[in-house]
Design a protein around this ligand. Structure first.
Ligand code: NDP
Ligand code: BG6
Length: 513
């Protein structure tokens, strides 16, 4: 099969090196970037991808010459695409500013082509249109597959054969889910690799693009005070928590096929864990970082059923409002056992983390929305102030909290003397609240990731060996849950989740933060 050309960077390549038809650049010699959003009629494209591209344009981060194409089966004109896209564009950068003019300029660079996903001739038509816009310059092409995964390979085939760049790079961003288990993920990877090289595939995990996840390595490796404490010697446990205060509304069909373990734990939370626990990489180079992450994943024990609790939300009425249960959703099969909540204890069998429980908790329709990393430290040996804490000594250990969202913050819980003549201790926070410290709006994860893909920066994308290692940890457990038809513990919509999660934590002497 023909493979698309990859040059690994955005810099212009002299077209004569490729010995074909592209005429020398007529004006400034700068290459173009053509971004094709495949599945442009869908939810993710409208909600995240086009707004992120606009934000990049607004901040002058896109290359001078760029064109955006939407591609899907739905029939739409360019004008209709622009109307659709304009509904979700916001002035994220500066809410006070009127950015209508910028929006209009941006929309003029958005076009649409309707076609089937498996028809090479439809991609050849797209290719023709892209060439018109590229006007003889060196063309770099980015395809964002914002479509269900069962059509990834069709698109990779059609796009690489009929619409890949002939004189610049071609890159393909794929959205999760990357399979349902080790086998399907391996099949997807080998299917994509029939048409693309590994370094053309950008597997997105949008949690890696979140500001505070990106900051994790900075915090750890550029401050003397953290790294010496970052091990089993000082850390009692680490908690990775994801919660949403709404159910699977509107996405029940997709969700029922995957469940919360595949939707959140196997990717978003596990990626954070790997970054958190990795050894110091040789450099900030993508391969050095990914090498260290994969070592963490390969040092972990596959999940054991006795270290996992699963739950599913049920209908609940509060303040006269009834929230439907998961199985009340018409797109969810009756009697579904798919978990909407899970808690798990994971272990890394290496010298740094031996015996430290990494507790994950993820759930939909809980009482709150947020994502955070909590690091609970050990007791102060021979604490002089033990008597001042009384039975609360367990709570008096230090805790570092990295609040990924909302209200991004990093805070450290410390013990402090309450001002006054008596010796009274208090738990206080050393608090870095982003909204107080930084006036600039925090970019959406998709902005960073799209920019990185355009710039060829692979640090925040998942390499295939990382993906395999991640699936190896979860596949045996997922199979066991499904084969044994383990029933999830029901919890009311809007609650804190099943009590089983507290027993699991207690088993490892942990209290959820
Ligand atoms: P959609 O279900 O909205 O699908 C996107 C587009 O793909 C649709 O508009 C449709 O376009 C086409 N499509 C849908 N189903 C099929 C099908 N069975 N066969 C062929 N084409 C189909 O998906 P989303 O936009 O929600 O998500 C896109 C990808 O991103 C998915 O892989 C999803 O799992 C993932 N994702 C989504 C998130 C979200 O918040 N929405 C979050 C994280 C990941 P048309 O009919 O016009 O061809
Ligand atoms: C997606 C999951 O990957 O992440 C969704 O498929 C979830 O179920 C979403 O709602 C959460 O992302 P964010 O950025 O809103 O926290």
């Amino acid at each position: 099969p023909s493979k698309a050309v990859e040059n690994g960077g955005v810099s212009a390549l002299p077209s004569q090196e490729y010995g074909h038809v592209v005429s020398p650049d007529p004006s400034d010699g700068e290459p173009t970037v053509s971004i094709t959003v495949v599945g442009a009629s869908g939810d993710l494209a409208k909600k995240k991808i086009f707004p992120a591209l606009f934000a990049l344009y607004y901040e002058d981060c896109l290359p001078k010459h760029f064109t955006i194409f939407g591609y899907a089966r739905s029939k739409m004109t360019d004008a209709e695409l622009r109307t659709m896209v304009s509904r979700t564009l916001t002035c994220r950068i500066d809410k006070r500013e009127n950015c209508n003019e910028k929006m209009e300029q941006f929309l003029k660079r958005c076009f649409y082509h309707s076609g089937q996903y498996d028809l090479e001739e439809n991609f050849a038509e797209l290719d023709k249109k892209l060439k018109e816009h590229e006007a003889g310059r060196v063309s770099n092409r980015l395809f964002y597959l914002s479509i269900p995964p069962n059509i990834f390979i069709d698109v990779a085939k059609s796009a690489s054969r009929s619409a890949s760049s002939k004189n610049g790079w071609t890159r393909v961003i794929v959205e999760k889910p990357f399979g349902r288990d080790s086998e399907s993920s391996a099949a997807l990877t080998s299917g994509l690799k029939q048409y693309l090289d590994e370094d053309q595939i950008f597997r997105i995990d949008h949690y890696l693009g979140k500001e505070l996840v990106e900051n994790l390595s900075v915090l750890r490796f550029s401050n003397l005070i953290f790294e010496p404490l970052w091990s089993r010697q000082y850390i009692r446990n680490v908690q990775l928590i994801f919660s949403e205060d709404f159910g699977t509304e509107g996405r029940g069909g997709y969700f029922d096929h995957y469940g919360i373990i595949r939707d959140i734990m196997q990717n978003h939370l596990l990626q954070i864990l790997a970054l958190f626990a990795m050894e110091t990489p040789v450099s900030l180079d993508a391969e050095d970082i990914r090498n260290e992450k994969v070592k963490v994943l390969r040092s972990m024990r596959p999940l054991q059923l006795e270290d996992v609790v699963i739950g599913q939300y049920k209908s609940h009425t509060k303040g006269g409002v009834t929230h439907p249960g998961y199985t009340d959703d018409k797109t969810v099969p009756k009697g579904s056992l798919t978990p909407t909540f899970a808690a798990a204890a994971l272990f890394i069998d290496n010298p740094r983390w031996d015996g430290v429980p990494f507790l994950m908790k993820a759930g939909k329709a809980l009482h709150t929305k947020g994502a955070e990393i909590r690091v609970q430290f050990r007791h102060v040996p021979g604490n002089l102030y033990k008597r001042s804490f009384g039975s609360d000594i367990d709570r008096a250990t230090n805790e570092l909290v990295i609040r990924v969202q909302p209200d991004e913050a990093i805070y450290l819980k410390i013990n402090n003397k309450v001002p006054g003549l008596e010796m009274r201790l208090d738990r206080s926070n050393l608090n870095l609240l982003y909204s107080s410290r930084y006036s600039k709006e925090i970019p959406d994860a998709y902005e960073r990731l799209l920019l990185d893909a355009i710039e060829g920066e692979r640090r925040l994308f998942i390499r295939s060996d990382e993906l395999n290692a991640a699936w190896e940890l979860f596949t045996p457990l997922l199979k066991e849950l499904e084969e044994k038809k383990i029933a999830p513990e029901l919890y009311p919509y809007g609650s804190r989740g099943p009590v089983g999660a507290h027993y699991l934590a207690a088993k490892y002497n942990v209290r959820w933060g």
